[in-house]
Design a protein around this ligand. Structure first.
Ligand code: APR
Length: 250
């Protein structure tokens, strides 16, 4: 007995437009720690300590080192079947858009193309003063516990991620909100849905009449607003859902 309804399968199989929001949960089965689960990243550090510009300027070596560690974790793991299933869904649906809160690059590595990186991508870095993109060599000083600085202006290098209190990338939320408002089906996968504006996307889709589905191992903050809540690990649920959609359309 699949954990999702026949309605969802039919809606997805017939959908012209599908939008998806993902959070850290979709990468959990790849071995990337989430933020707020018991073993999550924020259990070791508080966001105030690391993921904001003040912490970065106060202690650049600590913050640069933490992101270097997270980059190493991400480079060491692989996309999981949940990422793969969303890349396949993109190929099946005429109009598809994936908005991710994740900065781990795993959706792109799984083959997804129509991605909006709402919170940036930690595999990219740039100079906090002159915006010059930084190469991996530019970051080498971090491995020696030193500050990594720009080769042009000697400014501090920072990861290309959205820190607490910072604006999302230009136009990112607007494009994601437009896709949510036009979606026939909206999937919210692996997110606790507590960080706005990203967490507002499923609600925009619901207001516009989409069939809104949550895929999570526990009910999120907005579960009661969903058309359907599918409880289970996304690495198992999403491939099973794609199998059912393929079977329905054959
Ligand atoms: N499959 C599906 N969902 C899962 C899985 C899994 N295998 N494992 C964990 N989850 C769910 C958890 O139940 C939780 O609801 O993933 C969610 C992870 O929630 P958070 O750790 O809060 O991550 P997220 O919602 O992505 O955080 C949003 O907050 O800290 C900021 O910028 C950061 O992008 C992040 C944002």
């Amino acid at each position: 007995m699949p954990p999702f309804s026949e309605t969802l399968v039919e809606r997805l199989a017939c959908a012209e437009r599908v939008a998806v929001l993902t959070g850290a949960g979709i990468s959990a089965e790849s071995g990337v720690p989430t933020f707020r689960d018991p073993d999550g990243l924020w259990q070791q550090f508080r966001p105030e300590e690391l993921a904001n510009i003040d912490a970065f300027l106060r202690n650049p070596v600590l913050v640069q080192g933490w992101y270097a560690h997270r980059r190493a974790v991400v480079e060491d793991v692989q996309p999981n079947p949940g990422h793969d299933a969303l890349a396949e869904l993109e190929r099946l649906v005429p109009h598809f858009l994936l908005a991710t809160q994740n900065v781990d690059d795993l959706h792109r590595r799984a083959g997804s193309e129509r991605i909006i990186e709402l919170h940036g991508n930690l595999t990219r870095s740039y100079c906090a003063d002159c915006d010059r993109p930084a190469s991996r060599d530019d970051l080498a000083a971090i491995d020696n516990g030193a500050e990594a600085r720009c080769r042009s202006c000697a400014g501090l290098l920072r990861p290309d991620v959205v820190w607490f209190g910072e604006m999302l990338p230009d136009g990112a939320m607007e494009r994601a909100a437009e896709a949510a408002a036009q979606a026939d089906v909206f999937l919210s996968v692996g997110t606790r849905a507590v960080v706005y504006p990203a967490a507002g996307l499923p609600l925009i889709a619901r207001e516009a009449g989409a069939y809104v589905v949550e895929v999570n191992v526990e009910r999120s903050a907005i579960a009661s607003e969903m058309s359907e809540v599918v409880l289970g690990p996304s690495g198992e649920v999403l491939p099973a859902l794609l199998d059912a959609v393929r079977a329905f359309t054959e």
